[in-house]
Design a protein around this ligand. Structure first.
Ligand code: C5P
Length: 235
């Protein structure tokens, strides 16, 4: 990855139900975007064909399956994703230390990204599950657990980037969803940041979905966000 290439710092979420729509979005934006995120919706619908579509466009695939299972199954599933050549794969910190260690052991050239606490879970939801200390405390605990298991990538709110970077140091690879260009509709995201602010906060890669997917002109929307990232990187 060339860290100064803005496209390699942006992952476009292919949150669409079928391959035709995904391929259209890839071709409309590929010039400005280097990474495409295949999530549960598209993977459940079309499986590895989604990964192949990303690779066929000469881009990197971020497979967002948020794996959470017993150690043996984690290891074997991560190995299959690595064999497909995906660049990034998400795993749940809550799967526990041994599952994370097995995942990391079998990840090959795939960079694992640990998800700590889903941003949809507030303090009350965490209490119901039986997790104490609120979202920030639980996220910090799970990030530390994943780090100790060898995982170096993390999905985090841009608002937590600075504190996570301070806790984990320069080797942590921080990926931030909840990105909205200034003035954009925030949808169901609660804690958003502009692309430039997220880069300034130390994010290594930004996940952007609806601001590009739902734009009347996805090419221009992707180009605008890439320009904002380029400007922030040049500062
Ligand atoms: O459309 P939007 O830009 O909000 O897309 C965000 C993407 O990032 C979606 O694919 C969503 O699943 C993902 N995501 C998120 N918040 C997290 C983790 C992942 O929004 N904490």
């Amino acid at each position: 990855m060339n860290e100064n290439d803005p496209g390699s710092r942006i992952a476009l979420a292919l949150d669409v139900p079928d391959l035709d729509t995904a391929e259209r979005l890839i071709s409309q934006t590929r010039e400005h975007i280097g990474v495409f995120k295949v999530g549960l919706e598209l993977y459940t619908s079309v499986g590895p064909a989604a990964v192949e579509a990303v690779h066929a466009a000469g881009a990197r695939c971020f497979l967002d399956l948020k794996l959470h299972d017993i150690p043996a199954t984690m290891g074997r599933s991560v190995a299959r994703a690595a064999a497909m050549g995906v660049a990034y794969l998400t795993v749940h910190g809550m799967a526990g230390a041994e599952s994370l260690r097995c995942a990391e052991r079998d990840a090959g050239g795939t960079k694992l990204l640990a998800v700590t606490v889903l941003t949809s879970l507030d303090e009350r939801a965490l209490d119901e599950i039986g997790l104490e200390g609120g979202p920030a405390g639980a996220a910090e605990r799970l990030a530390k657990l994943a780090w100790d298991a060898g995982v170096r990538g993390f999905v985090t709110s841009a608002h937590e980037c600075v504190s996570l970077r301070r806790a984990l140091g320069p080797d942590a690879f921080l990926v931030t969803p909840g990105i909205r260009p200034a003035g954009a509709d925030i949808g169901d995201q609660r804690r958003v940041m502009t692309p430039a602010d997220a880069i300034d906060a130390g994010a290594d890669m930004l996940v952007v979905g609806r601001p590009i997917r739902d734009a009347s002109d996805p090419t221009t929307a992707a180009s605008d966000i890439a320009s904002q990232v380029a400007a922030a990187l040049a500062r």
